[in-house]
Design a protein. Structure first.
Length: 365
């Protein structure tokens, strides 16, 4: 493997090529280097997206055959899963509309359709908001599992697709003060849905920018995010008008999202080279460098962070230490997140005694 290569920079270059943002090719990447880059696509949930860039490379610059074949197989599988999720999103839209309820697809396929290849984004589940409020929406779902604060997670269907039905648009912030403001605005803004050619409805770009920024903040502080989140937000910014960007920027402080927005704008500028004219707020290099380090170390949702490999005692300890370290990133969000953790510890104590487990993860939902 060539020495002195910054492999993160090489990966960013491949990602920019894959998204059609540059024509700059990778050079002098040996087999070990390609294995490293391929593993990074897995960690960041960007296998399908980055395969688009691999296909653009000259023959002499492509990965070894065994890596290329595995990559191609994964990309084809991702394409097939996207087709299923688009179909399921359209089917659910029709089903709920026939029952008199407006809907909107959140994140996922609503984001995927903005990419140069709408079948390349690595999918998760189908998140669909249904109008009507908690009780009315749950009444539409007989024998549903226990509902969370904002949604109910349905069992995988026969095709392996998981659906989350949202009666609230977002899980929001940990800080209850900013969360109340955020939820009120989201409940109004999500009514401005529009039909798209894929057969489902999507919310406004303003809604998506605010809701997904809150989603990114929540996951970054509680566990981690990946470059897939960054790419999604890049395309939302590209889709937004100048007035959309201006109006969203005005809301950031009110909704407790200013610090995360500054960090994310820096990351998007650094990795995807977006200009400040298409950003919300000014890039924050201090928090942005912090966010990018966590992204590259922990991968998508922090699944690949070192702390995930340890036993429950050490995970709990490292989780508390991580929260302390993140206090300067957003003090009040971290305070409320930590309070939420200790509340859950107390509330679930009888259940944990019943099931003889220390870990909250092991308690049946």
């Amino acid at each position: 493997m060539p020495k002195g290569i910054n492999w993160n920079e090489q990966f960013y270059k491949l990602l920019r090529l894959s998204l059609g943002l540059t024509q700059e090719f990778l050079v002098d990447v040996d087999a070990d280097g390609w294995r490293r880059l391929y593993q990074t696509t897995i960690r960041q949930s960007l296998v399908g997206v980055c395969y688009q860039g691999v296909c653009l490379l000259p023959e002499g610059s492509k990965p070894p055959v065994e890596i290329a074949m595995q990559w191609a197989s994964e990309a084809e599988s991702i394409k097939g899963m996207n087709e299923l999720l688009y179909q399921e999103a359209a089917r659910l839209t029709r089903e709920f509309e026939e029952k008199g309820h407006r809907t909107a697809i959140l994140k996922g396929q609503a984001n995927a359709r903005l990419y140069p290849d709408k079948y390349a984004r690595q999918p998760g589940d189908v998140d669909i908001w249904v109008e009507g409020g908690r009780e009315r929406v749950l009444a539409l779902l007989p024998n549903h599992p226990k509902a969370a604060y904002h949604h109910v997670h349905l069992t995988k269907n026969e095709q392996g697709v998981t659906v989350e039905v949202h009666f609230r648009p977002s899980s929001g912030n940990f800080n209850p003060i900013t969360n109340r403001r955020l939820q009120r605005w989201l409940e109004r803004e999500i009514l401005l849905v529009s039909q798209v050619e894929e057969g489902f409805c999507v919310p406004s770009v303003r809604f998506a920018l605010v809701m997904q920024l809150a989603h990114i903040q929540r996951h970054f502080l509680s566990g981690g995010i990946g470059l897939r989140h960054v790419c999604d937000y890049y395309w939302l910014l590209r889709e937004a008008s100048a007035d959309d960007l201006f109006q969203v920027e005005r809301l950031l402080r009110k909704f407790g999202l200013r610090h995360t927005a500054g960090a994310l704008m820096w990351v998007i500028g650094e990795v995807l080279q977006l200009g400040t004219a298409k950003m919300i707020g000014y890039p924050d290099s201090y928090r942005g460098e912090w966010m990018l380090r966590e992204i590259m170390a922990g991968g998508n949702f922090g699944w690949y962070a070192e702390r995930q490999k340890h036993n429950v005692f050490r995970r709990v300890l490292e989780g508390r230490l991580r929260h302390l370290r993140l206090m300067p990133f957003d003090f009040w969000e971290m305070v409320w997140l930590e309070l939420r953790f200790w509340k859950a510890v107390v509330v679930t104590l009888p259940t944990r005694i019943k099931y003889r487990t220390l870990s909250l993860r092991d308690i049946p939902r």
